[in-house]
Design a binder for this molecule. Structure first.
Ligand code: SF4
Length: 325
């Protein structure tokens, strides 16, 4: 049985669509995703379940949650109805146009019980968002009385060394700060190398043979991450560090059927060896000689199932995670 009986701290993903296609995004968000947004009734359902599981406050992330300010207000009203606290909303500042319109949005958020914005600042976002927008949004927050959680402040001087009116590629950062700049970012940032982040870093990662990976196989414990889980706009529980897997939260609370979610169950209970064997025997997956670790093998199989075979598997959701990586 796949079951969750307690959740402590996590977030809701209101939408996967984003203004940017950052190379470090483990959710593989981008402008290509459909504009689906969490509905107020779905937010009601999610918040009431989370409360019962012991989670009394969440953060809101995406995609870019503020791409649709109207959409987020419906989610915030649902949070208030369910007495769910909002720790912060993550934003990349791309929506900033001018001070007046930004302060209008910020005031509305404050009225809806939001007191902190996590504002992204790092070289990956700077490939899509000029730093002047980030600075201007921080200034507007200060005027409106909105607190700012800068993520991450230690990149400020590096980003600020570039012209803040335009965007800058990783190549420009490497020219200025050294050829190993990109390589040093995962440990400085605490990157989760999944989704598009894995794609970006895979060529730089050490390789292992298929047999070596299987030999070291351990259960992935996808349900054990009760401190940084996410629930998305479709009501799917997304494990702490493994996007691209999903089981409806309302099923997990009752106990989800391992036979229905066989891939999830094989990884949760036994690990990559069990999943690889399942993929070979039942779906005709052919292993390659080597991979950049077990998660690369895991993605290779999942991409094969979703993209090559076009299978509609209930635990490999949302499909966009694979399609838009
Ligand atoms: S092998 Fe798959 S399920 Fe396990 S940690 Fe890596 S990506 Fe997650």
């Amino acid at each position: 049985m796949l079951k969750i009986s307690c959740l402590v701290s996590g977030g809701v993903i209101t939408n996967y669509k984003c203004s940017s296609k950052c190379r470090h995004c483990s959710y593989s968000s981008s402008p290509n995703w459909p504009g689906d947004y969490m509905t107020p009734s779905m937010a009601d359902e999610i918040f009431s379940i989370l409360k019962r599981l012991g989670c009394h406050s969440v953060h809101i992330g995406g995609g870019e949650p503020l791409l649709k300010p109207d959409g987020i207000m419906g989610v915030l009203q649902a949070a208030r109805r369910n007495n769910m606290g909002i720790e912060y909303i993550e934003t990349n500042a791309s929506w900033y146009r001018d001070e007046e319109s930004a302060i209008a949005v910020l005031n509305e958020l404050l009225e809806h019980g939001v007191h902190t914005l996590l504002i992204s600042m790092d070289p990956f976002h700077n490939e899509y968002i000029p730093f002047r927008k980030v600075k201007a949004l921080i200034k507007s927050c200060s005027k409106a009385g909105m607190q700012v959680f800068p993520w991450q402040i230690n990149f400020w001087s590096e980003i600020d060394a570039m012209d803040d009116r335009s965007t800058h590629s990783p190549d420009e950062y490497m020219l200025l700060f050294g050829q190993d700049y990109l390589l040093r970012l995962p440990s400085r940032y605490g990157l989760n190398l999944k989704g598009r982040a894995l794609k970006t870093y895979k060529p730089m990662m050490e390789k292992q043979t298929y047999d070596q990976i299987l030999k070291e196989s351990r259960p992935c414990r996808l349900l054990s991450g009760i401190y940084h889980f996410h629930v998305d706009l479709y009501g799917g529980f997304i494990p702490q560090s493994c996007p691209g897997f999903s089981i409806p939260l309302k099923e997990l609370v009752q106990g989800a059927d391992p036979e229905k979610y066989r891939i999830f169950y094989s990884l949760e209970s036994a690990g990559i060896k069990s999943f690889a064997e399942l993929a070979r025997k039942e779906y005709g997956y052919t292993p390659k000689a080597e991979y950049a670790g077990k998660c690369d093998l895991c993605y290779d199989i999942r991409n094969y199932l979703v993209l090559e075979r076009g299978l509609d598997l209930p635990d490999l959701k949302p499909e966009g995670h694979y399609k838009y990586a």
